[in-house]
Write a protein that binds this ligand. Structure first.
Ligand code: TMP
Length: 235
């Protein structure tokens, strides 16, 4: 399968059309941004790690009953995926307080929740991806009620599977963001990526941050953290 016209270039990935209108090729870049593109940088080797990690995790999720866009890894940075129309919602699940949760509600990071939280942001860079209530998503006709329920069920399933997966590798899944898409027939599947860019992953023993927060917060050792978490993934 070959790349044809470039369809889209995002902050971390380029997307290409292929000969098959139902399939696209995603090409992962080393570019990193934070704070809605305000902070820019490069994380050497990130594209390779995010591509391989996302594909590995999506294949596990498929076996656990979560349909994904993954079709085939084509190279270190390129993957063949099913074409979807992205649902303009960022679905965020949290197991432990961190990031915007800690900031918005004035609590420290590291509070372990009894139940995971589910939240949604409106995927809209111009508006700064504002938080939105499920009823707002319905009012804006971003999703139907049935889709909202399906997306929530899948997101909680992803959390259960990945929390357990990382726990076995000495890593705590603090929170993550995922995105869903619709196939031509309307079926909802998991799309985008699951990587250290989109998850908070802390070493279970030391609490060391092994994710993009090292870049966001200028903590240093960014490349090393990506390499370390990739090593843990492979076990
Ligand atoms: P937050 O605490 O900043 O809201 O982030 C929650 C989770 O979502 C965290 O794992 C990082 C991820 N995330 C993204 O993948 N993309 C984004 O644009 C933001 C703001 C967060």
């Amino acid at each position: 399968m070959e790349k044809k016209a470039q369809m889209y270039e995002g902050k971390a990935k380029k997307v290409y059309e292929t000969d098959d209108p139902s399939l696209l090729i995603v090409d992962y870049k080393d570019d990193a941004t934070a704070f809605n593109g305000l902070k820019k940088g490069t994380i050497a080797g990130k594209g390779v790690i995010n591509n391989q990690m996302s594909n590995f995790l999506m294949q596990i999720l498929e076996t656990k009953g979560v349909p994904t866009h993954f079709v085939k890894e084509l190279s270190e940075r390129e993957t063949l995926v099913r074409r979807v129309t992205i649902v303009p919602l960022e679905v965020i699940i949290r197991n432990i307080s961190a990031g915007s949760f800690a900031k918005n509600y004035g609590v420290e990071e590291g509070i372990v929740f009894e139940q995971p939280t589910v939240e949604f942001s409106y995927k809209n860079d111009a508006l700064g991806d504002p938080l939105l209530a499920p009823s707002h998503a319905l009012a804006l006709k971003l999703v139907t009620e049935a889709e909202m329920n399906q997306i929530t069920d899948y997101a909680l399933k992803v959390n259960e599977v990945l929390k357990d997966f990382w726990k076995q590798r000495g890593v705590t899944l603090v929170d993550f963001k995922i995105e869903f898409g619709r196939l031509a027939d309307g079926t909802i599947i998991l799309a985008d990526e699951i990587s250290p860019d989109t998850c908070r992953l802390w070493d279970s023993e030391t609490g060391k941050k092994l994710d993009k927060d090292r870049f966001r917060r200028d903590l240093g050792g960014v490349e090393e953290a990506y390499t370390e978490i990739m090593g843990r993934l492979k076990g």
